[in-house]
Ligand binder design. Structure first.
Ligand SMILES: *[C@@H]1O[C@H](CO)[C@@H](O)[C@H](O)[C@H]1NC(C)=O
Ligand SMILES: *[C@@H]1O[C@H](CO)[C@@H](O)[C@H](O)[C@H]1NC(C)=O
Ligand SMILES: *[C@@H]1O[C@H](CO)[C@@H](O)[C@H](O)[C@H]1NC(C)=O
Ligand SMILES: *[C@@H]1O[C@H](CO)[C@@H](O)[C@H](O)[C@H]1NC(C)=O
Length: 695
């Protein structure tokens, strides 16, 4: 079975719905009603946008989808030409009863098909009055037809009052399959443009979901809205709109995430329906790439899978690729897509080492494989609702998350958390556990854990007590993530591309839609992301900066010093602020190229020489004052005096001179102050020296 999750997203009550459509870019559903009015709903915030009839804009939108408008409820078909001011340019004759629906062939815009109450389907060619051929087989009137838009199959589908749905091969003109199940007239049929399903609606009030290759009935949907009249899916989306006697519904079908994966060398593989395609970033050569711009990739067909992949994933070393879907998995060689192993599985995960993997066969059985042979199977105490790959095998159940050792299948540690994603760093030292609300960054103490498992000391019913150390929790919802060194790069629920390092979040970009991280290629200094339309974009992120930050987190300053020259000058300020926040002010002072930041750091560190030099270069009274304060605090009165002179701070100088009882200084000060016209200070200095101001 396909095991498509189906969730209801929107219910909009109205009079009887004639047709529904989803806007290609906006979150809008448009429904035209039998009463003649048109209603538009926003399915994100569930608000009615327009409810009036004769809404020109909406009508035009609808017509654009149809390209031309046909006249049905008549025995002839008339073609009205959009470009020629809606003149009727052609009449097609042949049906002997009402024509119920007309659709263009998406693979050939000169061909269209019609379904009629005369029980036939006719296929026509523009330019020819008579039909090319007629498909006969239904025993009652044909209400609805649709073309198959994906892949290789020359198929048409029809639904009729005989309660049957028929699939036709329009090349050899035969009925390939008949779908039985509806208890009343079939009113609408739809080949989903992306998912391997056929949707059919009926006056029996149900919408049925059939597998488009096996023709198995996957699901029967009944939302209690009386007779079903129309159903529409959308390319690049898992939303499907349904129209009934009592209103419209939007449902979400299947996984939101596309089946797409990139290996470490930049080969990207994805599945469209069950066709697997590959694109190689290297093949782009030295083409100039800008941030956020769609990459023009040369796509190569790899062949097709025997299942519909809901997930596709490279092995960590890139040699294999696994697809999982329809309750099965198949491991292929990544080079030639030759199958290597397969079997039943709800879920499949790779270990960090490409020779091992695990499958979840049911809600309480897990099998671990090594070199394509089953090594162990086990039933976790609290069941298995989800599994996670990486350095340890993660198993989610109602009681939380349990980590198991790949070799022994022994419990390493149990955490009370319901994870969505778990992402391990390459070193296996750090991991991110993302939940519905936030994400945690943890350190895995591998040596401690294996020592405890070996000696059986410090083991509790939750495994090794201190196997993990929590480094931080961030209140952001991670959608996809990857580690580069000790930096965790991720996309979040508000479409921001960020990275986390040492408790800090750096924003790389604001994305305009949901994107999935494919990976990072250090050689390119770029991050790659894909969306559900399989568009690939990239953003620049310097590997030197990530390496430097990683070295700092590991306290490896000799490594940091080696990386530093590779960091461009304009990036050093950012790096210096990072160092400062991590408590490495001395290093920050050495790295920063920003005089303001350096001066501040020099003051904090008591680096008088550097601060003096910076104050001299800046010729800033403010800096001299700050330095004077510090010098005074450090009892470096000579320096303080110089600074106060530069700062022209006579008040300060006076204080300094009198406090230190330096009459010589008081004398100089008196003159300076008098010249500057600072009578207050001048008066005081003369007074202190016992001189009359008026002498
Ligand atoms: C349909 O008819 C047109 C015109 O007679 C012809 O050119 C075309 O090849 C026919 N197509 C098929 C699929 O029979
Ligand atoms: C027509 O083609 C379909 C495949 O699309 C095949 O299953 C069927 O046997 C063919 N029928 C005839 C009569 O050639
Ligand atoms: C089904 O179609 C027939 C015509 O073929 C019609 O007479 C009948 O009323 C329809 N059934 C329902 C439930 O509307
Ligand atoms: C794997 O390949 C073998 C031989 O090439 C083939 O017989 C088999 O059907 C394939 N199985 C899957 C699941 O692709």
């Amino acid at each position: 079975p396909l095991r498509l999750d189906i969730k209801r997203k929107l219910t909009a009550r109205s009079d009887r719905v004639k047709s529904v459509d989803l806007h290609p870019t906006e979150p809008w559903m448009v429904a035209s009603l039998y009463s003649g009015s048109v209603v538009v709903w926003n399915h994100e915030n569930q608000v009615t946008i327009r409810g009036s009839s004769n809404d020109v804009c909406v009508c035009v939108c609808l017509c654009v989808f149809l390209v031309c408008v046909f006249l049905s409820d008549d025995m002839t078909i008339k073609l009205w030409d959009w470009d020629r001011k809606w003149t009727c340019s052609q009449v097609f004759e042949g049906h002997t009863h009402y024509v119920m629906q007309v659709v263009f062939n998406p693979k050939d815009n000169n061909q269209f098909a019609s379904g009629s109450l005369d029980r036939t389907i006719k296929v026509w060619q523009l330019g020819s009055k008579a039909p090319n051929f007629t498909l006969e087989g239904h025993e009652k009137g044909v209400n609805c037809i649709d073309y198959y838009s994906g892949g290789d199959k020359p198929y048409l589908i029809s639904g009729a009052d005989d309660r049957l749905v028929k699939i036709w091969d329009y090349q050899n003109k035969t009925c390939v399959q008949t779908l039985e199940g509806h208890a009343q007239n079939v009113t609408c049929v739809h080949f989903h443009p992306d998912l391997p399903i056929i949707l059919t609606g009926s006056e029996d009030g149900t919408v049925r979901v059939w597998h488009s290759s096996t023709y198995r009935l996957e699901n029967t949907l009944n939302y209690g809205m009386e007779r079903s009249w129309c159903v529409t899916g959308q390319r690049g989306s898992n939303s499907v709109a349904l129209g009934y006697d009592e209103g419209s519904i939007i449902i979400k079908m299947g996984r939101e995430e596309p089946a797409i994966s990139m290996d470490a060398s930049g080969k990207i593989m994805w599945a469209r329906h069950s066709e697997v395609q590959q694109a190689n970033l290297k093949a782009m050569g030295d083409a100039e790439v800008s941030d956020g711009e769609r990459l023009s990739l040369a796509v190569k067909d790899m062949g097709s899978c025997e299942i519909y992949p809901q997930m596709l994933q490279h092995s960590p070393n890139g040699r294999f690729v696994v697809v999982c879907g329809d309750g099965e998995y198949i491991i292929y060689t990544a080079m030639a897509l030759r199958n290597k192993s397969f079997g039943p599985a709800h879920e499949f995960v790779w270990a960090h080492d490409s020779s091992e993997y695990a499958i979840r066969e049911s809600n309480n059985l897990i099998r671990i494989f090594k070199n394509f042979k089953e090594k162990k199977n086990f039933k976790p105490d609290f069941g298995a609702e989800g599994i996670y790959g990486g350095f340890l095998l993660g198993v989610r159940s109602v009681s939380g998350l349990a980590f198991f050792d790949w070799d022994s299948a022994e419990l390493v540690h149990r955490i009370e958390i319901q994870p969505k994603h778990i992402v391990w760093s390459d070193s296996g030292e750090l991991l991110c556990i993302a939940t519905e609300e936030s994400f945690f960054v943890l350190r895995y103490l591998a040596e401690k854990a294996s020592a405890a498992l070996e000696s059986r000391q410090g083991l509790t019913e939750d495994g090794v007590e201190d196997a993990f150390e929590v480094l931080g929790e961030i209140q952001e919802v991670v959608k996809t993530g990857t580690w580069v060194g000790d930096c965790f790069i991720y996309t979040n629920s508000v479409n921001r591309l960020n990275y986390y390092v040492g408790g800090e979040i750096v924003t790389v970009a604001h994305l305009d839609r949901m994107m999935y991280l494919l990976g990072y290629i250090p050689k390119d200094n770029r991050l790659y992301l894909g969306d559900k339309d399989l568009t690939v974009i990239s953003y620049s992120l310097l590997v030197s900066v990530l390496e430097y930050q990683t070295a700092v987190m590991r306290r490896d300053f000799s490594m940091a010093d080696r990386v530093l020259p590779a960091i461009p000058k304009e990036q050093r300020i950012r790096v210096a602020h990072f160092l400062e926040k991590q408590g490495f002010r001395q290093q920050a002072l050495a790295v920063s190229t920003d005089p303001e930041h350096r001066f501040e750091l020099a003051l904090q560190l008591g680096e008088m020489t550097i601060a003096h030099q910076l104050a001299t270069e800046a010729e800033s009274e403010q800096k001299w004052k700050q330095l004077a304060e510090l010098a005074t605090a450090k009892s470096q009165f000579g320096l303080a005096q110089e600074c106060l002179h530069h700062a022209q701070d006579f008040g300060g100088l006076l204080l300094l001179a009198t406090a230190s009882g330096n009459s010589d200084m008081v004398g100089k000060l008196a003159k300076g102050a008098e010249e500057k016209g600072l009578t207050n200070v001048a008066f005081l200095t003369f007074f202190l020296q016992g001189k009359s101001v008026f002498e």
